[in-house]
Design a protein around this ligand. Structure first.
Ligand code: NAD
Ligand code: DAU
Length: 350
């Protein structure tokens, strides 16, 4: 019986990952440690909250005593470390919270794992979920491979690069059995509407402006979130210890073309006249230090573990829009802050 710690399991990717592990591996015990920041939402896990192999713990990855206590109580054999501050724009206004959670938090979870596993590392896995942004910004040509030199340029990507280095340091120095993946931009259900795709879906529904930074020429490589967590599952179980795997969609879009595609599909789904939503597009001041282009070469993952993305983008976006239209209450709650007020009340009582 495996006992798995997932950190940040109430966030966007973490909730999909938690659902996958809890439902696919009923013989694993899964503990989800999440601080429930603005980005963490237990509504994302409503469908699995009663499963016998699942437990939620509210807590902070920077709290070494708490993480140590969880290792002692649950005797984890695996860690899927997802918890992070994840939004680039927030890192520009508040870099230190990114250093705290992403660097110190990762170091604390590594330290707790090292203490618990020293002398018995063989059957253990410490999996660190990271981002392609650590590699910096591409020009019009080329792709990020696992050998690309790190060149982070925002406080967010610098904090993630730093956490990746710390994970590798624990592998080389203490023999901690680590695995790392660096993934491109995810999209799908439960994506917090501060990020481009869910923000635009929310604003199109409400006929609000669609803010496109600069000229909208920046390029991102989009991957459906369920394909990402399927890759994590494969790497966790079959990837090599000490290795890094890039995960990406081979699906590059300029922001402006992506927003237009969202407008096109949503006009159809909402029964609006063709071109209606495009009129909402508003070019705004560019993001400081805005990386021009990200694009992943995922050949290693394909050749070693046979992983390829399962969904075409137009299909994935259509599914995603349908989910948001069918879950307007979720969207209204997270945008109105209702759920944050609920958690304040709920956990204040305890
Ligand atoms: P998210 O912001 O949606 O979720 C982050 C989760 O971490 C939230 O549930 C939050 O409450 C929790 N958290 C934050 N600080 C914490 C702390 N101190 N202690 C415990 N929990 C804490 O993020 P996401 O988009 O789901 O990203 C998850 C991970 O995947 C991150 O490490 C991110 O760097 C990485 N990643 C994201 C993408 C993407 O496109 N979203 C792509 C590649 C990699
Ligand atoms: O590449 C992986 C990364 O993708 C993850 O590590 C991050 O956690 C995740 O947030 C994401 O980072 P981006 O900065 O690429 O995602 P975001 O959705 O914030 O922005 C996507 C692009 O759209 C980017 O070029 C900035 C632009 N943008 C974004 C917002 C929020 C706009 O033009 N307008 C907006 O309002």
């Amino acid at each position: 019986m495996h006992s798995i710690l997932i950190t940040g399991g109430a966030g966007f990717i973490g909730s999909h990952l938690t659902r996958l592990f809890v439902t696919r591996y009923p013989n694993y015990r899964v503990v989800n440690l999440d601080k429930l920041t603005y980005a963490g939402n237990l509504e994302n896990l409503k469908d699995i909250e009663g499963m016998p192999n699942y437990q939620f713990v509210k807590g902070d990855v920077t709290d070494l005593e708490q993480v140590r206590g969880l290792f002692a109580e649950h005797r984890f054999t695996g860690v899927l470390h997802c918890a992070a501050e994840s939004h680039v724009d927030r890192s520009i206004t508040d870099p230190l919270s990114f250093v705290t959670t992403n660097v110190l938090g990762t170091a604390a979870v590594l330290q707790a794992a090292k203490e618990a596993w020293t002398g018995a590392m063989d059957d253990k896995v410490f999996y660190h979920i990271s981002t392609d942004e650590v590699y910096g910004s591409l020009g019009k040509e080329g792709f990020f491979t696992e050998k690309t030199a790190y060149d982070p340029r925002s406080p967010y990507s610098a904090s993630k690069a730093s956490s990746d280095h710390m994970v590798r340091a624990f592998y080389h120095t203490y023999g901690l059995p680590v695995k790392i993946s660096n993934c491109s931009n995810n999209y799908g259900p439960y994506h917090f509407p501060e990020k481009l795709i869910p923000l635009c879906i929310h604003n199109i529904i409400n006929s609000k402006p669609l803010p496109v930074y600069g000229k909208g020429e920046n390029v991102r490589d989009w991957l459906y979130v369920e394909d990402h967590v399927r890759a994590i599952d494969l790497i966790f179980h079959q990837g090599k210890v000490g290795e890094t795997y890039n995960i990406g969609g081979h699906n590059e879009w300029t922001n402006i073309d992506l927003v237009k595609e969202l407008c096109r599909q949503m006009d159809e789904k909402l029964g609006r006249d063709k071109g209606t939503s495009e009129q909402l597009i508003t070019f705004v001041k560019d993001r400081a230090g805005h990386d021009l282009r990200y694009a992943i070469d995922a050949t290693k993952l394909k050749n070693e573990l046979g992983w390829v993305p399962s969904l075409q983008f137009e299909e994935g976006i259509s599914k995603t829009i349908d989910w948001y239209l069918a879950n307007k209450e979720w969207l209204d709650d997270v945008t109105s802050g209702n759920y944050l007020r609920y958690y304040d009340q709920q956990y204040h009582k305890r």
